[in-house]
Design a protein around this ligand. Structure first.
Ligand code: AMP
Length: 212
């Protein structure tokens, strides 16, 4: 199954994509994670990507497409994949359509009014990628799964989040209509706890897997 997960920044795409990947045994491909790895290794791609990411803007389409094209060509993608954070605009979606055929697009919907607080309070584990919200950490700053110290993403500050939300509204949200018209869209209410959201996603995907 070739799956895309859509949603605003802070909707819980990464969290759910990780669970989907583990449950169905398919690779989780996050363009944001790929860029952050390149940034931490200070590669030329990382240096370029960082200048956009720090401002909350999108990395140029040609650069991003090259990254995705290369990743999808790897052997572990033969049995399917879950793409998280790509496509981010109609140009990328059309280009993706030329590379691969999708089976489903899951849109995790969370009211815009909830996103700023979700993102500015987000803390991430550098080891396993699990994310938390400060309000639920009770003063602790370690990952419940692997014990590592949590960090705050550089682009989770208020100014950058505001720009990311604006970029989402103007460039990424139109993909909901794009994929709906292709009959691929499955909308999930993301304003619930992680387990309930995942249960809903599973019920949608199990139906598709049965027919696959
Ligand atoms: P994410 O981890 O998905 O929130 O992505 C973090 C940042 O990486 C975004 O704000 C963009 O600057 C950049 N990025 C991730 N995916 C893409 C993409 N498909 N196209 C352009 N930029 C991207």
């Amino acid at each position: 199954m070739n799956i895309v997960i859509l949603g605003a920044p802070g909707a819980g795409k990464g969290t759910q994509a990780k669970r989907i990947a583990e449950h169905y045994g398919i690779p989780h491909i996050s363009t944001g994670d790929i860029f952050r790895k390149q940034i931490s290794e200070r590669t030329p791609l990382g240096v370029l990507a960082q200048s956009y990411i720090d401002r909350g803007n999108l990395v140029p389409d040609d650069v991003t497409l090259e990254v995705v094209r290369n990743r999808l060509a790897e052997p572990d993608c033969k049995e399917g994949y879950i793409l998280d954070g790509f496509p981010r605009n109609v140009f990328q979606a059309e280009a993706l359509g030329g590379i691969t055929a999708l089976d489903a697009v899951i849109d995790i919907h969370v009211p815009v009014s909830r996103l700023m607080a979700r993102l500015t309070g987000r803390r991430v584990c550098p080891g396993c990628g699990e994310s938390y919200h400060v309000d639920t950490l009770e003063g602790k700053n370690t990952c419940a799964k692997c014990g590592e110290n949590l960090y705050r993403r550089a682009d989770d500050n208020e100014a950058t989040v505001a720009e990311r939300l604006s970029v989402y509204a103007s460039q990424t949200e139109p993909l909901i209509g794009f994929y709906n018209s292709l009959g691929l869209l499955k909308t999930i209410d993301g304003d619930k706890d992680k387990e309930s959201v995942f249960a809903k996603i599973r019920s949608v995907l199990d139906g598709l897997y049965d027919n696959h």
